[in-house]
Design a protein around this ligand. Structure first.
Ligand SMILES: C[S@@+](CC[C@H](N)C(=O)[O-])C[C@H]1O[C@@H](n2cnc3c(N)ncnc32)[C@H](O)[C@@H]1O
Length: 309
């Protein structure tokens, strides 16, 4: 084991919101003050052009927003009660759902809700579709659920541009990993607003309560590398798209918003050629890798990760 990530300290089960709930404080209060890091932790790690850090500890308290969505165990418990009650009031439940346990059905509800939130589809007609434009600001158009399901547009108010199908894929991969007891962490390179990583973390927490799997959230948090450093022709001029520039504070707050920021979330900030070598030295095993950048950059991130592990 070559990792130095701290075990949760104040957080008895690795989940901030559950910890807060046990302490009977509203989520938003406790998120506002970080626990003090103790022990031999080698974080944050900073280079000239990169930083590895845990926003749970390292983010300014003043910049932390509020938890808006309770974490999975709270939701699942509430939905289980609802399902158990409503099931006594009906004469027939379709087999597709009848064959699920109450917990499985409630977990399914939580995951679907999270998917709608991070993809922005929860907002229905209040959501917009953003049409990227090279060399100019994007325009908006009416949002279509069909496009969003296929991940064929960019969200306006949501937290990921991946769309439902790719989110389903993340959930299915993690289900497979957890059901088959495969060890290893989750990494995403190219996170934009962080919604897909938040969804992955929510899936892990829902499927494996008290999980100690790490989530590595890697991005420049400043868009694509400048033109002369682009590796891929298809990246040309996208470095001028401010819509792709999302700060690490916004992404960390997206984790907080869904009750998903705990000590198991590590941000690797910087271009991949700077972050992957030091980050890979910290990673023991990966179970799911999501490399959401252009083909060439994806290969670079993958290559740098693997050769250094
Ligand atoms: C297509 S977006 C990722 C979408 C995201 N996975 C989601 O769920 O919506 C690409 C992201 O990769 C980042 N990026 C592109 N090239 C990079 C590089 N060489 N190093 C670091 N970040 C990079 C950009 O800042 C941007 O946030």
């Amino acid at each position: 084991m070559r990792t130095y990530w701290p075990k949760p300290l104040l957080v008895s089960n690795g989940n901030l919101a559950t910890h807060l709930a046990t302490h009977k404080k509203p989520f938003s209060q406790a998120v506002a003050s970080s626990p003090r890091r103790t022990g031999p932790f080698k974080m944050p790690i900073k280079g000239q052009a990169f930083a590895l850090f845990q926003p749970f500890y390292d983010m300014d308290d003043a910049k932390k927003g509020k938890v808006l969505i309770a974490p999975p165990q709270e939701f699942i418990k509430t939905f289980e009660e609802r399902i158990s009650w409503v099931d006594t009031l009906i004469s027939f439940k379709i087999p597709r759902l009848k064959n699920l346990t109450t917990t499985e059905h409630a977990t399914y509800m939580y995951i679907e809700m999270m998917k709608s939130f991070v993809a922005g589809s929860v907002f229905n007609d209040a959501e917009l579709s953003t049409k990227p434009k090279l060399g100019g600001l994007p325009k908006t158009a009416d949002y279509s659920l069909e496009e969003r399901m296929g991940g064929r547009d960019w969200t306006y108010a949501g937290d990921t541009m991946t769309g439902w199908a790719r989110l389903d894929n993340i959930y299915n991969l993690l289900t497979d990993v957890i059901k088959n007891d495969i060890k290893g962490d989750y990494i995403e390179t190219g996170v934009w607003r962080g919604g897909a990583s938040v969804f992955a973390k929510a899936s892990i927490q829902a499927l494996e309560p008290n999980s100690t799997r790490m989530s590595y959230v890697c991005d420049s948090f400043h868009g694509l590398p400048p033109g002369e450093r682009n590796l891929d022709k298809s990246d040309k001029n996208w470095d001028h798209s401010t819509y792709l520039e999302v700060s690490s504070d916004i992404v960390a707050n997206n984790f907080i918003k869904y009750g998903m920021l705990d000590s198991h979330v590590v941000f690797a900030k910087g271009f991949f050629n700077e972050t992957m070598p030091p980050l890979s030295k910290k990673i023991d095993k990966l179970s799911v890798m999501r490399l959401d950048v252009s083909t060439c950059t994806r290969f670079q991130a993958f290559h740098l990760l693997l050769i250094n592990m």
